[in-house]
Design a protein around this ligand. Sequence first.
Ligand code: ADP
Ligand code: MG
Ligand code: MG
Length: 951
Amino acid sequence: MANQKMNGKQKRLRRKRYVYSFGGGQADGEASLNWLLGGKGANLAEMAGLGLPVPPGMTLTTEVCSHYYTYGHTYPPELSQQVRTGLRRIEKIIGRRFGSATNPLLLSIRSGGRVSMPGMMDTVLNLGLNDKAVQGLIKQSGNPRFAYDCYRRFVQMYGDVVLGLKPESKADHDPFEQIIEKKKAAKGIELDTQLTAEDLHDLVTAFKNLIQERLGLPFPDDPHDQLWGAIGAVFGSWNNARAVTYRKIENIPAEWGTAVTIQTMVFGNLGESCATGVAFTRDLSTGEKELNGDFLINAQGEDVVAGTRNPQQITLSASRQRAQREGLSEEERKERYPSLEEQLPDCFEQLQAVAHTLESHYDDAQDIEFTAENGQLWMLQTRTAKRTAAAAVQIAVDMVYEGRIDEDSAILRVAPAQLDQLLHPILDPDAPKDPIARGLPASPGAVSGEVVFSAEDAEAAATAGRQVILVRIETSPEDINGMHAAEGILTVRGGASSHAALVSRGMGKCAVVGCEALEIDYAQQVFRVRGQDDVIRFGDFITLDGSTGEVFRGEVPTSASKIESPAFKALMTWADRTRRLRVRANADSPHDAQVARAFGAEGIGLCRTEHMFFEGDRIDAVREMILADDTAGRVRALEKIVPMQRSDFVGILRIMAGLPVTIRLFDPPLHEFLPQTDQDLEDLAKKLNVSVERLRTKRNVLYELNPMLGHRGCRLGITFPEIYEAQVQAIMEAACELSREGVEVQPEIMVPLVGHKRELEILRERIARVCAEVISAQGATPQYTIGTMIEVPRAALRADHIAEVADFFSFGTNDLTQMTLGLSRDDSGRFLPEYVAQGIFPQDPFATLDQDGVGQLIELAVKKGRAIREGLKIGICGEHGGDPASIEFFHGIGLDYVSCSPYRVPIARLAAAHAVLKEQAAQKAQQAQKVKAQRPSRKKSTSTPSVAPGP
Ligand code: ADP
Ligand code: MG
Ligand code: MG
């Protein structure tokens, strides 16, 4: 209200506010100001505003941080006065004086960015102590040991954080810890808690001497110097190496900066009725609604996480569970680690009440830091708790049932990519792990198995009932059976859309690819990791984590997938109700189709027919076809293949009854089907009864310098008509057979690699002719359509013309990306990571669609295609069909469906729902903007967004 009365001039004159106070039942700030006060400061203010017990304090804004870095580590001129005022306010609330020799106020100086960066930045506790103030603290507490414990902690922390004596690496010793160890050794004691007040006093002196020695400067005794030193150190810690690395990984902009919170110390180290701890309002691993966490009696700060003392459980039930795990009797448990519930029942009750208040207020699970001082509970932090995917789903759904949030919010609370964790087994989070190498996380899941180096060995071992991991420099279509037999795939080369990655994802098989540090010796059947001495041999166990790309030696325990949980099903039902995009799967076999349907696929968007050519003995017939010198020879070989393909199609179409199935005609270059090694050539020559020479010549004839741009796709169809004719015959015979049985089939015959309308025109005519022939011969009338992939850039540019002869489009974004960017998806692994690191590509364009480039082509093709054929059915079947960011884009440009590997179908379903909800939110915001713009404008100088319009 005061705001409203202020005129423009006064406003400009009013000094900028850099300090926000909280505590004593009141707060200047609130949670929504987290961009200004940091998450910690904003939520402390919010809690204080709610009337929760928060030690009074103040927060210096992130704008001070910006100023600090913009103007050579200086502060805005107004700051010191505002801090002084804030300090006076704290002193008044708490009834102590900063630096007082009789009744001192001690402070904690804390960092806090907009989003939490746990442990990345610095904190200083017990600030304000010197030789005089410590006497005051003794008087105040009547506890000299406590007072010197605080003093010792303060000098040590200040020395570490502000004066820079913190060891650089784990290998270095903390000089202060060394002094403590020496003291304990001299006294013949083991625990810090056994040090007396006098010992601690000695330590303070020794610490100060060390600082003087190392820095040539005395330890600052003036509390105000201490305060400004600590403020500078916290702002400085925004740019320490740890924080910079963390921001890079988490994509946090450097400009955001940190806030600094200055807060009254409360003491968990004041005796046996004091404690400090961390609590979670729900179980963050399962999502179960149960308060839990850890605490320590008579402790301070990071003691709980530091691992020097073994923390105790907050609830009795958790304490008992732990005792059971450790085989302890009830007496032993009570003796060694009683729960907070038993030891400080009053505090436990207060904590329960606070947890309840916070959940009701934030409507989400919270991660809380607290301290109990002589039975009084104080809240030191609250934030939205990080959780596993299983917990995210459970908590979101429970909160709907509890009436806290609506279904839309629940959908938005689960990140689609997170679901990956649920659909595959994961590494046991508690198991000790030590990765030996890291590659690209190509296909999620976690598996252990014996190392094998060839597809044949993988098959043999699997037949013998052993679990294996296929380790290859790279994989090729020939390895398909071995890949199927293996539990996991590990390759040295290749990127996110390499053969190994693609096939593994399709199979839902864990894979780590592009693990460049591996040196495989096929001859010796071993591999090494560059820079390490260890050798891993055939038959040794390794473990892969396909979600992180890590490779481990030996067997790391795993835990099972969570897809059957009722919460998961509920969430997916809501997502399905919300989304507009249909979701199909890429599936090449009846087995994959089955998996896809179980995951909720609404059809098949890509059935690759060439995979069918590798199964069992078929490859021989295929090779015979390739080796044939003339059409007649090819037709003869194809006649053997047709019945086999027909039975595959019958299987797939039957499983997908009532749903569309897009079948892509033969796509890869023929040479991929010929044997590569001389030994293989000889074997095949014997089998087919032809000379090795002839085989070799044929292989040389088929050799292409650039096969991905060579004789493949519809180009084979144009030049060897009999191949597509045979395939179409198999498809239509399968369709007719099922149709006669009364099964509803919807085959969509798709021609790959079309760039010119004329290509599709020629092929369409032939396909339609074969269909008509089969239909008339079989006397059934299944529905079918003929369409094309759009994967050659020219096809996108000429989509209006191509639409004249296509019933549908399906974007093959793998090839379209490869050809638009001129970037080989098989060879770019060598430099692509560098390109991403240097920001040339924001991400791997084979994993997340390049919207500005490839996306433009897609958008154009959609417009052109639908301009000619209204309602033209359009989908996408590249890897991007399972990528949440890309799905949002596909939703936005009006595609009908996305198609992805079966194991990504739930992710795509959820992502498609997110796309709708985000679009609605954006529309609402736009609407609001419009309404605002239409309002009669008020006097320019007085309008601020927070001022309500006058009457
Ligand atoms: P981080 O961001 O690394 O968690 P915090 O600012 O939360 O750093 O501080 C670390 C710990 O220091 C807290 O968990 C708490 O135990 C202790 N601490 C911070 N402020 C206070 C305070 N005012 N009184 C008592 N202990 C505090
Ligand atoms: Mg904290
Ligand atoms: Mg392609």
